[in-house]
Design a protein around this ligand. Structure first.
Ligand code: COA
Length: 404
């Protein structure tokens, strides 16, 4: 079977989006296709064609991701990956990943990133689990805050459409310290909040927190109704919650947990270091579950290592293995002083690892020590792991709040 892989033309976008939904066992609504049209970059949207039938899809968005130290780095946001059930396990996705990563390299993007439907798919392509995301499920009756909490500011309800510029502005300030968070403009914020799921028909509510007249926090949520025997047992589902100060963060959560007729509040895509855990008098009730969040790939190892900031100075020689993108193979000396420099070297290595392990540690969310304990990092020199973890450390856990 000959399958051709090429980018799509504008008139093919609907068939392409439909093929992707077929891979997921679903069907797009007209508004799904309209939203896709707004963000798809045709020169980065690949189709696999068997004759004239689109049997596979994969694309990248040109994103910018915050990395430790505060830079926003060009990132291929891999998305729309699907192969129809009739054509699975014949190497079609592998061929599309080849095209996407080659293209990211040609475009000079040091990073690629994605959210995976299933965790085992992307390790073979050099993606590492770089952030953990938390899901929570909290009964509102059990959500008393610690005594130190004092409410402040005010909450205003807004429609989603009128709130978009405020959400974008607050999100931009909230993500300053969060490695992993992508840049969002109005169009991307609308896309991120486009609900493809089973609750798509439920209305969005937006509550904006203000201090001295300035927005400094928000929550975007929906309510799923359940009234067994007439008892209100509704679920409030948090789609996004951001704040620029600890006070606003606590106030927005308090608002969410005090909405009437709600039995429990659920949220997903929360940061691994979710501060709500420390606000609750009974933190066990948060039922926080961690799982893989953002999968990251270093498309260009030295460029990626030079792009981020470091918590400590030092020099490390890392030997990188990268079977899928062999241009990254070899030894690199990372030297961090005033700035970070990373160049090829013939010096003996301090650390040896696969590129996916390096990607997992890149945003500071996974310690090299933990990967070493899992047998995924070799330490050739005493003290090298300690130095590497000191250099790569970040204050906040990395977090990409919005899927793409
Ligand atoms: C996941 C998917 C894109 C894989 O496409 P594919 O064309 O079958 O993948 P390939 O044939 O290139 O597979 C390459 C390798 O990945 C493995 N692989 C593929 N899908 C996998 C999965 N879901 N879990 C674990 N391994 C998987 C294959 O077994 C193969 O391994 P091998 O080389 O050791 O034999 C396809 O199964 C699909 O569309 N699934 C449903 C939608 C989905 O989950 N999309 C991903 C969104 S993030």
């Amino acid at each position: 079977m000959d399958v051709e892989i090429r980018t799509i033309a504008e008139h093919e976008l609907e068939a392409w989006a439909r093929a992707n939904e077929t891979a997921f066992g679903s069907e797009p609504d007209p508004d799904d296709i309209a939203r896709e049209r707004e963000v798809t970059e045709l020169d980065r949207a690949f189709a696999a064609l068997d004759g004239d039938e689109i049997v596979g899809t994969a694309a990248a968005y040109s994103l910018r991701m915050r990395v430790p130290g505060g830079a926003d780095v060009a990132t291929a946001g891999v998305t729309m990956v699907g192969v129809k059930p009739s054509h699975r396990r014949r190497g079609i996705n592998s061929a599309m990943m080849r095209r996407l990563l080659d293209q990211a390299r040609e475009r000079g993007e040091p990073l690629a990133a994605l959210f995976a439907s299933e965790a085992p798919i992307y390790g073979r392509f050099g993606f590492g689990m770089a952030t953990l995301h938390g899901s929570i499920d909290l009964e509102t009756m059990r959500s008393t805050f610690v005594p130190a909490y004092r409410p402040s500011g005010r909450i205003r309800l807004r429609s989603l459409e009128e709130a978009i510029p405020t959400l974008v502005e607050v999100y931009a300030r909230a993500r300053v310290e969060r490695a992993g968070a992508i840049e969002l403009d109005d169009r991307r914020m609308r896309y991120a909040l486009h609900d493809h799921g089973e609750d798509r028909r439920l209305p969005y509510f937006v509550a904006v927190h203000e201090t001295d007249g300035r927005a400094d926090g928000y929550v975007v949520y929906k309510v799923k109704h359940a009234w067994p025997k007439g008892i209100p047992s509704n679920e409030l589902m948090v789609y996004d919650l951001q704040a620029t100060t600890p006070q606003a963060y606590a106030d927005v959560w308090r608002f969410v947990l005090d909405v009437d007729l709600i039995q429990h509040v659920t949220a997903w895509h929360r940061p691994a270091d979710e501060p709500l855990l420390h606000l609750l008098a009974d933190p066990r009730r948060l039922r926080l579950t961690l799982r893989d969040g953002l999968w990251l790939r270093l498309v260009d190892v030295p460029a990626a290592l030079e792009a981020r900031g470091y918590a400590a100075p030092g020099r490390l020689v890392v030997e990188v293995r990268d079977a899928f993108c062999p241009w990254n193979e070899g030894r690199f000396a990372l030297e961090v002083g005033e700035v970070a420099r990373c160049v090829r070297t013939g010096d003996p290595p301090d650390l040896l690892l696969d590129v996916d392990a390096l990607a997992a540690a890149y945003l500071g969310g996974v310690r090299l020590h933990d990967l070493w304990r899992a047998g995924r990092v070799g330490a050739a020199v005493a003290g090298a792991l300690e130095l590497a973890d000191r250099m790569l450390a970040t204050d906040a856990a990395p977090w990409c709040p919005m899927a793409f």
